[in-house]
Every structure is written in structure tokens, then in C-alpha cells.
Design a protein around this ligand. Sequence first.
Ligand code: SF4
Length: 471
Amino acid sequence: MRSLVLVGHGSHLNGESAGAVYRYAELLRGRGLFDEVVEGYWKEEPSLRQVLKTTASTDVTVIPMFISEGYFTETVIPRELGLGHQGPVPPGGVARVLGGRTVRYTLPYGVHPGMSDVILERAREVLPDLNAQDTALVVLGHGTTRNENSNRVIYGNADRLRESGLFAEVHALFLDEEPKVGGWPERVRAPRVVVVPFFASEGWHTLETIPEDMGLTGEVTEFPENPHGPQTVYYARPVGTHPSVADVVLHLAEEARGASERGGDEERGHAQAWAAFLDLARRGTRVGEAVVTPHAGMFELRHALDEGRPTDDLTTVVTPEGLRDLARRDEGGHHRPVHTLRNLPRGWRAVLSEADLPRGVHYLYPAVVEEGYAQHCHTLRATPWPTTARRQTGIYTKVTRATPEQVEDVAKDVCSGCLKTRLWAGEKLTRTFFSGVPGAIPCAEACTYFIAEVREEVSGKRGQASPGHDD
Ligand code: SF4
């Protein structure tokens, strides 16, 4: 079996942030080249600390779904996955055997040379007859004075597309560093100009900042009086949302594939956990706030408080993704970065086949079956808070300064609303939902939401309007 793990940033605040990774995972699942495609996030669940546990195979390729190299791809993700690697990732990726799994960690998709083709596809969408006589291409990056890698990828793509001979001119311009995009009328001479933003997603920069800096009014903007004569600018959509990114991801995965060292214990552990859960589900069970009932060869899931409610009163979903989307918001429509918080919305039912049930339960409560079963078998190891705190880098290093009282204060507010029992703080959990206690779910390690709250506490900012959880 082979597993592909797509890793995104996610957000404690914004439910849309994880959307692109979910969409690419669905696209890649549809291609059928991997036995499973799994998502993991820095700021959502399953977390980077959990995501490897949620894979069924011992042959795992992890792709960071980021547009350029930087702090997350070089420091945070390898650290959280436990790769024992820090710093730039070599072109062939990093391969490690972790707990019996071969884990290959690649460069982010944005730096793959195949992204030049994606830029070209985006350019052709807005200007199908682009040509080397009268068309200039602007590859537009964010740029930053803090990380030289972020501009290297823009220059690399501009060089490759210049060599292709398809354009009269190719320019690399930036929002945040020189040469800045605002100076385009002085630099670009061709009468037709295609601008392709090298951004991961549509957002504030692509919708507001870039059009403002360039004086654009829509997809096509005429500039009758520019220094080099009249020009027309064709503004493309960002590269990161193009479906061809899925092909780039597959290329990266293939390139990273090396000799597979098969373990077996982890794969068996995963299979046993799900086999045990299916066994429970066939008899009807509860996990967290959800109840699972076998019915006519299928499984129905709903909120336990909706047990007995007529089905006509409930919204029905029939795919794991449908369940995923409704479990990501509470009843007020607010994002739920931690799925075991006791605010699962009511008013729905999911009807899933046995084949789809594991993915549905995974979306409802990521990594809970794997960790719950390990706790049930007394093999789950907790990571004490001081170890988690010491592992933090960057702006989170300050959590090591939190006193035990501050950590407990945060836990009183945050964890008291969560179903999980804090093994990492020494709390005991003698039974789990595997032995009939629905809410008995272990928390082996403080989640990133908790860590962010501790940071706010140490900074004296906790409870203020803008928690700033998304760095
Ligand atoms: S740290 Fe607290 S809030 Fe986070 S998952 Fe564990 S128990 Fe829940």
C-alpha cells in the first residue's frame, strides 16, 4: 500500500484556509494512483503530530502544499513529523524510517519545475493567442526581505519561460521587494502583457493589492498612454488553484519514491484499530458526540442528541466529504479547528457504506480511532507538556516560559470544552470508547490550538479580540 499525505497550513480562525488541500486531495484520490490520500495541517486536525498515524500503509509520501520553501517547510513540518531534519530539503526529498514506516518528505509543490507549465496554462486561459511577437509575461511573486527562497522560485520560473521563446519578454516582479510590480509600465515594453500571480490561492493580494498596485480594473485592462505606448494587461488567476497542480504533486511524489523499507507493526496497528472500530460499528456504537448505527448494509451517523429524531428533520449527507464539511463548523457557523470540542453541530445524518465509514469517522474525529485504540491496548505514549513546549520554534518558543499555573489556567478554559482527557498532563484514562465510554478519548499531546493559547497567555494577550493564532 502507498499513502500520499498533503500537508497544509490550515487556520484556527478561518474555515476556508484548508479548502485548497481538501480539493487537491479529492482530485488525487480520483486519479487512483495511491491507495489513500490523506490531509494534515499545522493549525487544524489531523495535526502534523497525528497525521502519520492516520495513514494505513508503511510507504508514505508527504508533500507540503506550499508555494515556496521557508520556515514551515524547512522547520515546522519536519519537526512536527519527527523527521529529524531541519533546514533546506534536498531536491530528492528526505527519507526516513519512522516507527516502521518509510516516510518521504518532499520539497513544496511550488518549487517544482513543472510549475512553469502551470504558469503557461494560466497565461493561456486569459490570452489564448499569446505569442513571441507582441506578448510579455509577468510572473508575479510576493517576495520578502526575510527569505531569499521566496524570490528564487519566481526567478527560476521566469528564466525557464524566457528560454521557452514563447514570449517577447518575461519579467519577474514582486509585491514586497524590488523590482516592484508598481513599476511595470517602465519595465515592460510589449503591447500585450499577461500577468500571472504566483500565489497559492485567491485572496487579499490577488483580489486587491495586485490590481491596486498595477491599476487593473478587471481581467483585461487597457492602458492607452503608457511610457512605451498603449498596452493591454491580461490578469490571470493564481497558479496555486489550477487543477494541474495535482500533476505537479504526482511528479514530486514519484521523484521522491525510493527503495521502500517495509516495517509492518504500524500498518498492522492501523488495520487492527479500524477492524476493531468496524466491529463496534456493526453492533452500533457511540464515539464522542456521534452515534453510529448499522442500517440495511449501511451505517448511519448522527449527533447523539438527535437520536430518535425523524430523518425528515435532518439534513442527509451520503459522502465522507459531506460529513467533513458539516463537522468543520459549529451550529453558529464558526470554524472548529479542534474536532473534539463539544460543539459538534446537530441536525444532520450521514449515511455511509462500510467502505466509506473509516474516512467519514476520520473526518469527524481525526486520528481518534488510531489513538483511542492504542490507548485501549495500553500502547499510546503521551508527550508531557515541557517536551512539547521545548520543541516549539520561532514565535512559539516563548511558551517554555509559561508557569504550570498558566498552563493549567489555559487548560481550564480550552480543554474543559474538549472531549479529550489530557494524558500529557498526567490525567488518567482507564477506559475508552472502545470499551463503551463514548467521551473517553485520549489526548496524548497538547494540540496547536492549546499551544497558541498558552503563547497568548504568556504574552498577556489571551482573551483579546484578535488572538493571532495563525502564524
Ligand atoms: S490540548 Fe486540550 S483542547 Fe487540545 S485536543 Fe487536547 S484536550 Fe483538547
